[in-house]
Unconditional design. Structure first.
Length: 244
């Protein structure tokens, strides 16, 4: 699967209009999808495809194609953003490594964006519980509530069994992410009566990362390229034979 997303973001932060000429490249390889996006003059041009295990082969060609189509070179950018995790260990390393290489060569600042926060941004909801399938019978979990164009963190990103998902404050919530596809029954029971919508097919996308990163860069929170780092959460990749 491959696709295109082109969107207009008309938000403002604390009453300040975003700098319309800002150009930001965003990357995400945290799941089986590979996506790239360009924030330019308030618009987001993006591409994604189901890459499976081919992120390392597809990411840079997708970046080159996106920038070429928009007549932009790396040196013309104001910053680079990436999905910092949680997610696939290999995928996170790929996005982080490519971000570092591109940003270092052009002396650009970088911003890492939580993949769980990107899910919240993609949901279109005001209060969101985000769950990514972490395999091994666990989920990556976080919850957010929208405050204007910003997000307030209700539960920080963490790792847990679906049955032990943290309780949510009273009220209506949207649930999104692959965790709801892999553990639907358990999560529905955990949040009985609180989920107004379930979006199991929403995945972290570079276009949502670009929108979040625009606010970060506008606020001066970009970092030097060498400070880009993945956020794994889980400390090991596989169960030992006696743990299976």
């Amino acid at each position: 699967m491959s696709g295109k997303r082109s969107e207009l973001y008309a938000g403002a932060q604390d009453g300040l209009e975003f700098r319309r000429a800002m150009k930001i490249l965003a990357l995400d390889t945290s799941t089986e999808y590979c996506s790239v996006a360009l924030w330019r003059d308030g618009e987001v041009d993006a591409r994604y495809e189901h890459a499976g295990q081919r992120h390392s082969l597809r990411l840079l060609p997708m970046v080159d194609e996106l920038l070429s189509r928009n007549g932009i070179e790396i040196k013309d950018l104001d910053g680079i953003a990436y999905g910092e995790g949680p997610g696939s260990f290999t995928g996170l390393r790929i996005a982080c490594g490519v971000t570092q290489g591109l940003a270092f060569g052009a002396a650009l600042p970088v911003v890492g964006v939580s993949t769980l926060l990107a899910l919240a941004e993609a949901s279109g909801a005001e209060r969101v519980v985000c769950c990514l399938d972490a395999r091994m019978g666990e989920i990556y979990h976080a919850a957010y509530a929208r405050d204007g164009v910003e997000w307030a963190q209700v539960h920080a990103p963490g790792l847990c069994a679906p049955a032990q998902a943290p309780a949510l404050p009273a009220g209506s919530w949207a649930g999104c992410g692959s965790g709801f596809a892999a553990h639907r029954v358990v999560l529905l029971a955990a949040y009985a009566g609180q989920l107004s919508a379930i979006m199991p097919n929403v995945f972290p996308h570079a276009s949502d990362i670009a929108r979040i990163a625009a606010r970060e860069f506008e606020s001066g929170r970009g970092l030097p390229a060498e400070m880009a780092a993945p956020v794994y959460i889980r400390n090991k990749v596989a169960l030992k034979s006696d743990e299976r």
